[in-house]
Design a protein around this ligand. Structure first.
Ligand code: NAD
Length: 445
């Protein structure tokens, strides 16, 4: 579905109206296409801390052109600041000293990444305060930077210095087009030793990934992106969507299983299929989801129960079954699909928001107990243009699309790229995270 408002703002008359009325003017977001460089331009690095050396090594490994000193008149595609050396509040001025002179030298759709130390793994009060302060800095810069650019904070635990690469590849490239104002932790829970990525163009080569709800919308796009990255996809969807599911899977040389994930025997059937066909699975993406909106005063029990069953109980049961039977391979990945509604709440969505907040609970509960480099993380999409959101009334949809730092809705591919980053063999240190793919919503959390 096209964004007519965005098209209007790009016409001469639209530009005039936008300027005079102070309306949002969304910048067309750059998205990654196969074969393109990860970063189309130069990245400036700054700051002095325990990550400075590892940062340059990672950028070089990724083939990203980087400089330590900026030049007058040059335009830059990205900035990365190692803030791990900041151990007191007065040292935070280093952020202003590095960023302020560079802010006008950025291209559109530029990327800013701040690197810090996980606050509760710092060695003193001053350091903890300074590191925690980075969140406010990042979230504010994300809201003011404009022009389709993003700003994100990556907290790296002591000992996880070498685990940066896959996360930098995501946050510095157009793959993170609709992800801004986010805080990610690397190495805070579980193992950090990443598996080497043999082929950067196909990081998931040889892997098998389950995607539920894969016949359309976000799930279809997740399946396509994981296939692009080399994975064999086992798509799952309900009998009513069987022919669409088969169509998508045929196009990407995938496999399919037609079942309702809430069926009593669904976890066992999925496990049986994995065992018989592949032995083990490398990725499990719990994407299938439904809404049954009503204010709580009018909520019938079946509306409540069906939403909880699809969105929360099924992911929990399927994850447990696969883990208990040892069917998730070492360095495997489990991914939940939460929602901004599960973080900020939404009118008419007590059932949906409870289920989606519960998905975050599932991540929190599983992350510390997983072994063998298996991780669990979630994405929390904001307003993503799909059939689900096409059903939203016009005015609500328009507000939903504009009330974020990008002034536009995201695309299913934006959610899929975040999931592909979690699934990368290089992302073993990325465990227990919830990343919003919401263009940095202005409302709520
Ligand atoms: P969609 O309705 O287009 O697709 C959902 C898919 O899940 C469908 O193919 C459907 O058949 C399948 N499904 C539903 N119940 C199932 C069941 N019991 N068993 C197996 N498959 C089942 O929705 P979408 O917009 O692509 O959303 C995908 C996920 O993203 C959902 O979890 C949704 O809650 C979440 N999400 C979407 C948005 C958005 O803006 N579109 C925002 C936040 C979160």
């Amino acid at each position: 579905m096209s964004d007519r408002y965005q098209f209007f703002t790009s016409t001469p008359i639209g530009k005039l109206v936008v300027k005079n009325l102070g309306l949002p003017a969304p910048t067309p977001l750059e998205r990654w296409s196969e074969g393109a460089p990860l970063v189309d331009g130069t990245v400036v690095t700054g700051g002095e801390g325990r990550l400075s050396k590892a940062l340059v090594v990672a950028l070089d490994d990724l083939g990203i052109t980087n400089v330590g000193v900026s030049a007058e008149g040059q335009r830059y595609k990205g900035l990365v600041f190692d803030a791990t050396g900041l151990t007191s509040a007065d040292q935070l001025v280093a952020l202003q000293q590095f960023f302020t002179p560079l802010m006008r030298s950025l291209t559109s759709c530029a990327r800013v990444v701040v690197l810090g130390t996980v606050p509760d793994q710092t060695s003193g009060a001053g350091e903890r305060i300074a590191q925690r302060a980075l969140e406010g800095f990042t979230r504010s810069l994300g809201k003011e930077i404009g022009k389709g650019s993003t700003v994100n904070l990556v907290y790296v635990a002591p000992g996880a210095e070498q685990a940066l690469e896959s996360t930098l590849a995501f946050f510095l490239s157009p793959k993170s087009a609709y992800v801004s104002g986010q805080v990610v932790r690397i190495g805070a829970t579980g193992a950090v030793e990443a598996e080497p990525v043999a082929d950067q163009a196909r990081p998931l080569a040889g892997q098998v990934a389950i995607v539920t709800g894969a016949s359309r919308g976000i799930g279809e796009q997740i399946a396509r992106v994981l296939h692009r990255d080399g994975a064999k996809v086992l798509g799952i969807d309900v009998p009513q969507a069987a022919s669409e599911l088969q169509g998508v899977m045929r196009e990407i040389d995938g496999d399919h299983l037609v079942l309702d994930i809430t069926a009593k025997d669904a976890p066992q059937r999925i496990a049986q299929h994995v065992k018989n066909t592949y032995g083990q699975v490398n990725g499990v993406v719990h994407n299938a989801g439904i809404t049954r909106d009503k204010k709580l005063a009018n909520m019938a029990e079946d509306r409540w129960s069906s939403v909880i069953a699809v969105n929360l109980t099924a992911p929990e049961r399927i994850s447990r079954e696969l883990l208990e039977q040892g069917l998730v391979a070492a360095n495997g990945r489990i991914v939940g699909v939460s929602s901004i509604a599960g973080i900020a709440g939404n009118v008419g969505q007590t059932n949906y928001a409870a289920s989606k907040a519960g998905v975050i609970g599932l991540v929190d509960s599983l992350a510390p107990e997983l072994e063998g480099g298996i991780t669990v993380n979630a994405v929390a999409p904001g307003f993503i243009v799909t059939q689900m959101t096409a059903a939203v009334p016009f005015a609500t949809r328009e507000v939903g699309q504009r009330m974020n730092a990008m002034s536009q809705g995201g695309l299913p591919v934006d959610v899929a790229e975040a999931i592909a980053w979690y699934l990368s063999p290089g992302s073993t240190g990325v465990n227990g995270n919830v990343v919003r793919v919401c263009g940095q919503m202005m409302l709520g959390a």
